[in-house]
Design a protein around this ligand. Structure first.
Ligand code: CMP
Length: 144
């Protein structure tokens, strides 16, 4: 089924010049880029984005990190993209992220792991709304 997901190049990925490489991988897979913006995330947006981790011991550092420098936020569309994009991204732990995945190829710590992708339909909707808004007009597949 056709889905939308929220993909974000985290501050470490932006600093390391990985935006183009990551766009290329999703483009080559056949997914459609619907919206993108280089932005600095404020604390309330970051805390809302990571609300499922609010009771974790690393929550404060996670929010510090994601607000520390610009991120590259994107909305992508494609068949089963939520599950497929997570396969492309790879596991959080650098010991588990396989070569060929984005994290397997580029990340070496679990705290700074280059990229975020939504893990469910519900979180994709919430994350897209948090970063791009509900009312703001978004490009649709019909525009291509
Ligand atoms: P992700 O799996 O996309 O979503 C949760 C994020 O929390 C994870 O990526 C890491 O970037 C971040 N994080 C920071 N510290 C830790 C930790 N100790 N264990 C797991 N995730 C962590």
């Amino acid at each position: 089924t056709l889905q939308r997901t929220f993909i974000m190049v985290k501050p470490d990925g932006v600093k390391r010049g990985l935006i183009g490489e990551i766009i290329k991988r999703f483009d080559q897979k056949g997914f459609t880029l619907l919206n993108a913006e280089l932005m600095t995330v404020d604390r309330s947006k970051a805390e809302y984005h990571y609300m499922e981790h609010q009771n974790k011991p690393f929550f404060g550092e996670l929010v510090d990190f994601i607000t520390s420098a610009p991120v590259f936020a994107m909305v992508w569309e494609g068949e089963n993209i939520i599950e497929v994009s997570r396969l492309m991204i790879g596991k959080t732990s650098p010991l588990e992220a396989l070569p060929g995945t984005i994290r397997g190829d580029f990340a070496f710590t679990k705290e700074e792991n280059v990229i975020h992708g939504s893990d469910s339909l519900l979180s994709a909707e919430r994350e897209i709304e948090n970063f791009f808004g509900l009312l703001k007009k978004r490009i649709s597949k019909d525009d291509f």
